[in-house]
Design a protein around this ligand. Structure first.
Ligand SMILES: Nc1nc2c(ncn2[C@@H]2O[C@H](COP(=O)(O)OP(=O)(O)O)[C@@H](O)[C@H]2O)c(=O)[nH]1
Ligand SMILES: Nc1ncnc2c1ncn2[C@@H]1O[C@H](COP(=O)(O)OP(=O)(O)O)[C@@H](O)[C@H]1O
Length: 280
């Protein structure tokens, strides 16, 4: 059974992805105990402490873990792999309601955290003043966007605000992850859901406004939409706010620099577990 976990160049994160995708498959039927013991530098004693810390019963199989247990195990494995010479790189998605400040926070990270890689999306919308080709977006026409979809070159794509299409080029993301870097995708809620489907080990962050009134103020204050479009986007925002519970983390965008720092901190592989938490 060990082969299922460490066969060839497959990382433990790949094994988790396969197990969660197909709970009845070989990897899905692996006991968590077998999976952990096959990882570098984890013996039986340490394994018991880890399972206690993760609050996972030793009898559990990978495919039988609940959503929170899967997330805790994925985060642990990502940190453990990073600490033991693996890549531990992370795909992180930043999404949230329109006008919450995703673009502003992502832009702040691009300008102030040069160590963080940001995915540059393809879009069919026209560039705005100050937007630079290949930095803010790859501006393409509909025919080119259709080609990107047809050739499987997009990790995900969506039509946003019933208008333009936006999509995440797969190549640069795969290259960065393979190189051991973490990558930040600033995309809409639909895109976040698609990434969750395609790459369950991705970390999803929901950017929250401090209050609804502040969100309205930012949308109106931005001045990029007329009253009718603003109203339509506010209706969409109400629905988008309900998606927060599908995300792994929430960050309130009260102050841009503070929110940016919280996102960057969430991109770092979590430290391997410390002392076992005393049970309440
Ligand atoms: N699904 C998806 N959404 C994206 C992508 N890139 C940007 N978006 C989203 O598209 C929306 C519109 O972005 P943009 O036109 O830059 O700015 P906005 O109209 O001022 O919000 C924002 O919610 C972005 O998060 C992408 O690659 N995929
Ligand atoms: N923390 C913040 N405090 C006040 N205004 C903000 C903050 N973050 C963003 N904004 C403003 O809110 C508006 C919407 O931000 P934007 O980044 O375009 O949102 P999104 O990309 O989520 O649609 C912009 O005018 C931006 O300057």
């Amino acid at each position: 059974m060990k082969a299922a976990v460490t066969s060839g160049e497959r990382s433990p994160l790949d094994v988790l992805r396969v197990a969660f995708d197909d709970p009845e498959g070989v990897e899905g039927r692996l006991r968590v105990t077998e999976f952990l013991t096959a990882m570098p530098a984890i013996g039986v004693t340490k394994r018991e402490r880890i399972l206690e810390q993760l609050e996972i019963s030793p009898a559990k199989r990978l495919g039988g873990l609940g959503r929170l247990q899967r997330r805790r195990l994925r985060e642990f494995v990502s940190a453990w792999v990073a600490a033991h010479g693996g890549t531990g790189s992370r795909l992180v998605v930043l999404a949230g309601p329109t006008a919450v400040g995703k673009g502003t926070v992502a832009g702040y990270i691009r300008d102030n955290h040069p160590d963080v890689k940001l995915s540059v999306s393809a879009t069919t919308r026209k560039p705005r003043p100050g937007e630079v080709e290949g930095e803010h977006y790859f501006f393409v026409d509909d025919a080119e966007f259709d080609r990107l979809i047809a050739e499987g070159e997009l990790l995900e794509w969506a039509t946003v605000h019933n208008a333009s299409r936006y999509g995440t080029p797969r190549g640069p993301v795969d290259d960065a992850i393979r190189a051991g870097s973490s990558v930040l995708l600033e995309i809409d809620i639909q895109g976040a859901r698609a990434v969750r489907e395609a790459m369950p080990e991705a970390t999803l962050i929901f950017l929250q406004p401090p209050t609804w009134d502040e969100l309205v103020r930012r949308l109106v204050g931005r001045g990029t939409e007329g009253p009718a479009e603003q109203q339509r986007r506010l209706e969409t925002a109400k629905v988008e706010l309900e998606a927060a519970s599908e995300f792994d983390h929430e960050v309130v965008n009260r102050d841009v620099a503070e929110a940016a720092q919280k996102v960057v901190d969430l991109m770092k592989p979590t430290k391997p577990l410390g002392r076992a938490r005393s049970r309440p």
